[in-house]
Write a protein that binds this ligand. Structure first.
Ligand code: LMR
Length: 392
């Protein structure tokens, strides 16, 4: 039986991690997978996480099972940050459960959309490659539209046309902030319009919030999500703490469901628990428990938010420097200055991307996506010169 299986290509983004590690060149630059890096090129554990982990070691009395929903203290402590402090449960219409990372959150959200009868899901492309893989694995038909124009701005006409073509009951995946891979986010006015259109078309929004705090700030980055939730009766929300708490390998995430009538919430969550039980049984505890300890302690919250501010400020400085460079050969860097988060796309061919890797030791995704956090004031000039050289 097993001999019928043919080799599958490795995940291109994850394969890049190994290629980079194997490169002996001292001046290599990693702009591949989405991890934050300091100006020295490191990805340190947050100070707030270190403190919370220490407290966890000192105080945790048992590691016995919790249940498929994971640490509900963590799930609830996040809610004011995601949904706002005024009424984070929307009068009992929102509840969630812990998941292994944002990927687990997306997986459960999409599986719940499928189980609730959504015939297909709409998504702007390009998107995070794993989105389409998850839809395919779950068996939800994908319909695509163009996320952004060649000038690096949101293609609102394509989005409007997609929503007009969608059937009531279809799902639509929206990136809450820091669009992956383009960095091109909706403005507040565009979110206002999208919220109305999605509600009118009776679509089920699946909101993926994986980078809160890394775009414009914790509150500003939740604007679109909250605007959509205020307009629609039902929605699913996938949340990741991988980036904004630096928990990558510890896999910390959540999925939330918003329903029209609080009485429906138990049934929806019961499907979430059943799906989780069949897939991973229970989410890993350690990372989510550390995040909960931060969120329960105002001093640690302040430390965490300060660390997040530092990260955001550094990425804005890198973006400003790229924008200031103007043209690098034929590549216009100016739009990168107003884009958000870790990622932006450069209009480079596969051949140019390979040349960057082979001739200049610069590693980026085959799509042309760069992780701007991989750039530092020490390597940015080399990067700009290399892009100019390959695109001249
Ligand atoms: C990325 O897009 O680089 C990150 O979201 C990491 C991942 O899991 O792909």
């Amino acid at each position: 039986m097993l001999s019928t299986l043919t080799p599958q290509p490795a995940d291109a983004l994850l394969a890049l991690i190994k290629l980079y590690a194997a490169d002996p060149r001292a001046d290599k630059i990693d702009l591949g997978v989405g991890v934050y890096r300091t100006g020295q090129g490191d990805t340190p554990v947050f100070g707030a996480i270190k403190a919370a982990e220490q407290r966890l070691v000192d105080t945790q009395e048992s590691k016995s099972y919790l249940g498929p929903e994971g640490d509900m203290g963590f799930v609830h402590a996040l809610m004011p940050y995601v949904f706002g402090t005024a009424n984070p449960t929307m009068d009992g219409r929102i509840e969630g459960m812990q998941t292994p990372g944002g990927t687990g959150g997306v997986r459960l959200a999409v599986a719940l959309a499928k189980r609730s009868g959504a015939p297909k899901i709409w998504m702007g492309t390009p998107s995070w490659p794993n989105h389409a893989q998850i839809f395919a694995d779950i068996g939800l038909e994908l319909k695509t539209f163009t996320h952004a124009t060649a000038d690096g701005v949101v293609d609102m006409d394509a989005l409007r046309a997609a929503i007009a073509a969608a059937d009531a009951g279809d799902a639509i995946l929206l990136h809450g902030c820091c669009h992956n891979p383009s960095g091109i986010d909706y403005s507040e006015a565009q979110w206002d319009e999208i919220a109305g259109l999605v509600a009118e078309a009776q679509l089920l929004p699946v909101l993926d919030l994986a980078y809160q705090g890394l775009g414009q700030g914790m509150e500003a980055d939740a604007y679109g999500l909250r605007r959509v939730l205020a307009a629609v009766p039902e929605a699913l929300i996938a949340y990741s703490c991988d980036k904004n708490f630096g928990m990558y390998r510890d896999r910390v995430g959540a999925v939330y469901a918003m329903v029209a009538d609080p009485a429906q919430l138990g049934a929806v969550l019961s499907h979430g628990y059943a799906l989780a039980r069949a897939a991973w049984s229970m989410p890993p505890d350690h990372g989510a428990a550390a995040v909960r300890l931060i969120l329960e302690d105002p001093a640690l919250v302040k430390l965490w938010l300060d660390e997040l501010d530092t990260m955001r400020t550094r990425m804005r400085q890198v973006r400003a420097r790229l924008a200031e460079a103007g043209m690098a050969g034929r590549v216009n860097m100016v739009p990168l200055g107003s884009q958000n988060g870790l990622f932006s796309m450069l209009p480079l061919s596969g051949e140019q991307i390979l040349k960057l890797r082979e001739d200049h030791a610069i590693y980026m995704a085959g799509s042309g996506r760069i992780n701007v956090a991989g750039l530092t004031m020490g390597n940015i000039d080399k990067f700009i010169a290399a892009v100019a050289a390959v695109s001249a």
